[in-house]
Design a protein around this ligand. Structure first.
Ligand code: NAD
Length: 433
């Protein structure tokens, strides 16, 4: 099949590369010339484990190409995927659909024959109707079906998630479009990934409901962690104790600094706005958003508290900046709020992240960027584990203590055992333990 992917970011590039690996002919489009130039030069514009090899082998096989020229890329496509960003709209928290509609207008101007337009971007209920209306108005001469096909991959494990998804959700009532989508996903379908055909609006809502549920699970265990701290219980044991119940499940029950990233914060907010528009409040999600927002500030206070009575003038080493390990994505990362809280209190922040330092520098130019964890800890009064990269899971605590000014560790991911850290001579603060 000939597939065009519009938007070559975290979702578009991974999806495009995986579709080409299944044997489809894929053109990935992006309007950002620097991304396309990098791809032509064999460099990945994002960090995602395994992506460079996957892209290289499919480019070499002639199945995967890149362009900034949307018109030529959509002309003969069997399926055109829209995978552009849908960030929070400044000011009100609705999903900003301007990139989706701009891409739709460009598609409308360029399609030459019957095709299927698929929104892979996370879009609020009813967006497919609006995309279809634009296409019908601009191109009444062409048979175009509009399908919703939300993406559930996780950054850092994106290729595995895309190739072995728990399910594939397809929202359309159009029989021709269903057949095209079956053909697109046939390799996975044969791998027994269940394919769910639902209405388009239902499909759009499934994505938001999934993200809101996961954000709720994280926020739930974070509040239980606070309660554990107050009553002298251990949240990791509570997690295990409830997670072994199959009705609950053990995933997404790790207490930490609050959820961040490019999806949960904006998608929970957008769901609230949809619920408001339809006068059907979703109180649980409202509470989740509120609790998570205040948690990020609370984590800043937790670090300040660990520094003692007068943190001004002290130095903290923040280890890990990205919102999770194995990505370079800094969007809405908890580190942003924590670093701001520390800087506001007059604390100097030294930091290291294996992949996120370039994007972090653009967002937080005033931090001191270091070569590794030990360099960051040089002269620091406290070391804070913000993101649980493998590189920070087995630090040489004696070496760390030698270079630090004060032996304090704040472990916001509960990576370490209290006894080990205390035995190494550190004062140890964790989350919910
Ligand atoms: P991204 O910002 O990494 O990529 C979007 C890309 O689209 C950018 O490179 C941008 O230059 C390009 N673009 C915008 N308008 C364009 C146009 N008219 N023509 C060509 N290119 C254009 O975003 P992302 O993280 O890949 O997210 C894309 C969508 O997928 C969002 O709706 C997001 O919510 C959803 N999603 C993301 C994830 C994730 O983990 N990142 C997971 C599931 C779903």
């Amino acid at each position: 099949m000939r597939i065009t992917m519009i938007g070559s970011g975290y979702v578009g590039l991974v999806s495009g590369a995986c579709f080409s690996d299944f044997g489809h002919d894929v053109i990935c489009v992006d309007k950002d010339q620097s991304k396309i130039d990098a791809l032509h030069a064999g460099r990945m514009p994002i960090f995602e484990p395994g992506l460079d090899q996957l892209v290289a082998s499919n480019v070499a096989a002639g199945r995967l190409t890149f362009t900034t020229d949307l018109a030529s890329a959509v002309a003969d496509a069997d399926a055109i995927f829209i995978a552009v960003g849908t960030p929070s709209r400044r000011g009100d928290g609705h999903a900003d659909l301007s990139y989706v509609f701009a891409a739709t207008e460009e598609i409308a101007a360029a399609v030459t024959g019957p095709t299927v337009v698929v929104t892979k971007s996370t879009v609020p209920v009813g967006t497919g109707d609006r995309v279809e209306a634009i296409l019908r108005e601009k191109r009444p001469d062409i048979d175009v079906a509009v399908v919703s096909n939300p993406e559930f991959l996780r950054e850092g494990a994106a290729i595995g998630d895309f190739k072995r998804p728990d399910r594939i959700v397809i929202g359309t009532e159009d029989e021709r479009a269903k057949q095209v989508m079956r053909d697109v996903y046939r390799p996975l379908y044969l791998n027994e990934s269940p394919i769910l055909f639902v209405g388009r609006r239902t499909s759009e809502l499934i994505k938001y409901a999934a993200n809101a549920f996961l954000a709720t699970k994280i926020t739930f265990i974070n509040e239980i962690a606070d309660l554990c701290e107050a009553v002298g219980a251990d949240v990791q044991d509570v997690s295990r104790g409830i997670g072994l119940d199959n009705r609950i499940g053990k995933k997404f029950l790790h207490a930490g600094p609050g959820y961040g990233g490019s999806c949960f914060p904006k998608d929970t907010l957008a769901l609230l706005k949809t619920a408001e528009d339809y006068d059907t409040p979703v109180h649980i999600v409202e509470a989740v958003v509120k609790v998570n927002d205040s948690r990020k500030r609370a984590m800043g206070r937790k670090v300040l508290h660990a520094l003692g009575d007068n943190p001004r003038g002290k130095t903290v080493a923040l280890l890990g900046l990205t919102f999770k390990p194995n990505t370079d994505d800094m969007r809405d990362a908890p580190s942003l709020a924590i670093a701001t809280a520390l800087a506001d209190a007059g604390v100097t922040v030294r930091t290291h992240d294996p992949e996120g330092m370039a994007p972090a520098k653009a967002m937080m130019p005033d931090l001191v960027y270091c070569t590794d964890a030990y360099d960051a800890a040089e002269g620091a009064d406290a070391v804070v584990i913000v993101t649980e990269w493998d590189a920070y899971r087995a630090l040489d605590l004696a070496r760390l203590k030698r270079v630090m000014a004060g032996p304090v560790m704040v472990d916001l991911r509960n990576v370490y055992q209290r006894a080990d850290v205390e035995q190494a001579g550190f004062a140890y603060t964790a989350v919910g333990r």
